[in-house]
Structure formats: structure tokens, C-alpha cells
Design a protein around this ligand. Structure first.
Ligand code: PLP
Length: 365
């Protein structure tokens, strides 16, 4: 008879055991998806053409990122050595934190902000120092400056920020970089296209600046997982030591140049979203729903005590939205992605139906 195998499970590192769990929905999202700030239509038709031409034979080779990094660098007005492509911005954040953060360091974050900053920091041993925005959820510039210490190692700022949609100005970012020369300032421009303001032109000029960009939002390539980091060569050198040479797959690499080239598609999509946001905001105002000023492809709204029921009923009505109540300072608030005007009109119909049900059930929204 075979001997019983002892049921000892190897324990992960203590820091991993202490990590915050993050479980976004990873399936059953067959509805109008206004919960992840994705492009709600498609990527460029030029990207689809390239995808259709990829041969099975080309999949036998390891991906070759350098030529595509050169194309992206030229597009951004940078040197190839200043750019690294990553498996989405999530990998960029992970690698950046693994490169710079260790025990005794501080990661400084204005909150609420993108959840994954804290998740990736938690395995590094660095302390996460948060600066809570006020009720208007504007960028807490002065208080963030005051929170810089000699231990601050990375300051991560999503610009525009999620879930608030608020922004930091170029002069504010410059002042932060100057006041923390011993720290890396990461400006995450995931939603740049909907805002139009960038600091990517300062890469190489501001020594401690790192800019992150994604192809998951305006470009409509979230499924391919494509992001990038841009910084002066001396910083990128260290990041590239940690980054896997093959984390960006060859399908993603093939799709990047046509995505960049098709500016007409990008302009159309961004224009459509901005027009839809104006219409949707007017509908929210008419319905008496408080909202925060957004510079991105989503709007944060105040639902109040019934936020869970609201999210559930919207989903039952075929529209997925994201309850952000567990974010700092966001109790009762829900984030709604902006798609096309047609999609947002559908969302408004669902919103009215749901509000009617909630009002009938009584109580404060
Ligand atoms: C501010 C911010 N940064 C990064 C990401 C993730 O981007 P990616 O899909 O490139 O990993 C998101 C996604 O929602 C985001 O909101």
C-alpha cells in the first residue's frame, strides 16, 4: 500500500501572506461593460488586418521587442533606450516597484487611486503612505508635498486618476519631482488620450520622472496586454534588469505599429467618448445624481447607501458598472465607464429603471 503523503503545504513568504487580495471579476461579463474603463467598441481595423495575417509559423519564435520599442520611441519623440514595453501597465508597475522598493522605503500615493499600486507594493516590504483627497476628490497637491520624507522612494500618480477622474497639473508634477529628487515620480498616463495633457516630453529632462502608458484604454487592446514605461536611460537600465525580455508576446508586438499609425481611429474613438461623456453627465445632472468632474473615459457618481443594490440592478438590466465603495473616501460611490453615445443612451435607460426601483424601495440612495 502506498504511504500517505503528509498534507503539508509550503508556506509563501510572510509578505505574500500579508498581501491584500484583489479579485476583479474575471468572467461572466457578457453585457454592456462599463466597469473596467475599456474601449467599448473595438481596436483599429488596421490592427485586425495585421492580426489576420499572423502565421502559425511566426508563433514558433520568441518575440523580438527591440524593433517595436524603436517604433514606439520614435512615436513618442524619445530614444529607444528610454522606453520599455511591458505586459500592460500592471507589469510596468510591478517591475518598477520590484526594481526600486525595499524594506524601509515609502511608496507615496494620493488616494483614492488605482488599486494595483498598493497590491504590488505590499510584497516589497516598503511602507505605503497615503494622502487622502478631500470630498471634492481633487489632487491633494499641498498635502502630498508635505508627506514627502527622506524615505520616500516612489511617488505614484495616475493622471488622470481613477476612480475620481481628477488631474494633477504639469507644474504640480514638476514641483513634486523637484521636491523629491531622491525618489522616482511615476506618472501613470493610462487615460492620457481622454485628457490630452502629458509630461512625456519631460522624460530625460526631469531626472527622476518615469511615465507609464497603456494600450488597454483608448487603443482598445486590453486583451493583448500592452503598456510601456519611459524614463531617462539611467533609470530604464535598472528597470530592464528586472523586466522579462519576453513578457510582451509577438501578437501584441505585431499589433502595436498599426495601432500607433491609425491616428484617425484613435481620434474618432476619443471624440466619441468625450461627446458621450457630455451627454451622460447632463443625464446624471437631470437625475439629480452627484458626480465628480472627470478628465477620463469614466465618471464617478454618488449612489449612497444602496450602492450594492444599484450595481446589482444595473447588471441585471444589462449594464456592468463598478462599485468603488471600498476605495478610501468613496463610500457609496460607483464608477461608470463612458462608451459611445449610443451605448450611454442605453445606460441612461437602465439608470432610470434602476433609480425607479430604488426609490420605490424607499430610503436614501
Ligand atoms: C490608472 C491605471 N493604470 C493602469 C491600469 C492598467 O492598465 P493595463 O491594462 O495596461 O495593465 C489601469 C486599468 O484600469 C488604470 O486605471
Amino acid at each position: 500500500m502506498a504511504e500517505a503523503i503528509p498534507s503539508l503545504t509550503p508556506a509563501p513568504r510572510a509578505r505574500v501572506q500579508a498581501m491584500k487580495e484583489y479579485h476583479p471579476p474575471l468572467g461572466n461579463r457578457d453585457a454592456l461593460r462599463l466597469d473596467f474603463n475599456e474601449n467599448t467598441v473595438s481596436c483599429s481595423p488596421k490592427v485586425r488586418e495585421v492580426l489576420g495575417r499572423i502565421s502559425a509559423g511566426s508563433l514558433t519564435r520568441y518575440p523580438e521587442r527591440q524593433p517595436v520599442e524603436a517604433v514606439v520611441a520614435a512615436h513618442l519623440g524619445l530614444e529607444p533606450a528610454q522606453v520599455a514595453l511591458t505586459n500592460g501597465v500592471d507589469e510596468a508597475i510591478h517591475v518598477l516597484f520590484e526594481t526600486f522598493l525595499e524594506e524601509g522605503d515609502e511608496l507615496l500615493l494620493p488616494v483614492p487611486t488605482y488599486t494595483m499600486y498598493e497590491v504590488y507594493a505590499s510584497s516589497t516590504g516598503a511602507r505605503v503612505v497615503t494622502v487622502l483627497a478631500g470630498d471634492d476628490l481633487r489632487f491633494p497637491f499641498k498635502r502630498l508635498l508635505a508627506a514627502i520624507t527622506p524615505h520616500t522612494k516612489i511617488i505614484a500618480i495616475a493622471n488622470p486618476n481613477s476612480p475620481s477622474g481628477s488631474t494633477a497639473s504639469r507644474s504640480q508634477l514638476l514641483e513634486i519631482a523637484e521636491r523629491a529628487p531622491h525618489a522616482v515620480l511615476m506618472v501613470d498616463e493610462a487615460y492620457f488620450h481622454f485628457h490630452g495633457e502629458t509630461v512625456i516630453d519631460l522624460v530625460g529632462k526631469v531626472p527622476n520622472l518615469i511615465v507609464a502608458r497603456t494600450f488597454s484604454k483608448a487603443y482598445g487592446l486590453a486583451g493583448l496586454r500592452l503598456g510601456l514605461l519611459a524614463a531617462r536611460v539611467e533609470l530604464m537600465h535598472w528597470v530592464k534588469r528586472v523586466l522579462s525580455p519576453y513578457s510582451v508576446n509577438s501578437l501584441a508586438l505585431a499589433c502595436l505599429p498599426p495601432a500607433l499609425e491609425d491616428t484617425a481611429y484613435l481620434d474618432w474613438y476619443v471624440g466619441e467618448v468625450l461627446a458621450a461623456r457630455v451627454e451622460f453627465e447632463a443625464a446624471l445632472d437631470e437625475a439629480g445624481i452627484r458626480r465628480w468632474l472627470s478628465h477620463a473615459n469614466f465618471v464617478l457618481v454618488e449612489i449612497g447607501a444602496q450602492h450594492k443594490e444599484f450595481t446589482r440592478l444595473m447588471s441585471a438590466a444589462g449594464v456592468l458598472v463598478r462599485d468603488r465603495s471600498s476605495d478610501p473616501g468613496c463610500d457609496g460611490r460607483v464608477r461608470i465607464t463612458i462608451g459611445t453615445r449610443e451605448q450611454m443612451r442605453q445606460a441612461v435607460v437602465a439608470l432610470h429603471e434602476v433609480l425607479t426601483v430604488l426609490n420605490k424601495n424607499g430610503g436614501s440612495r
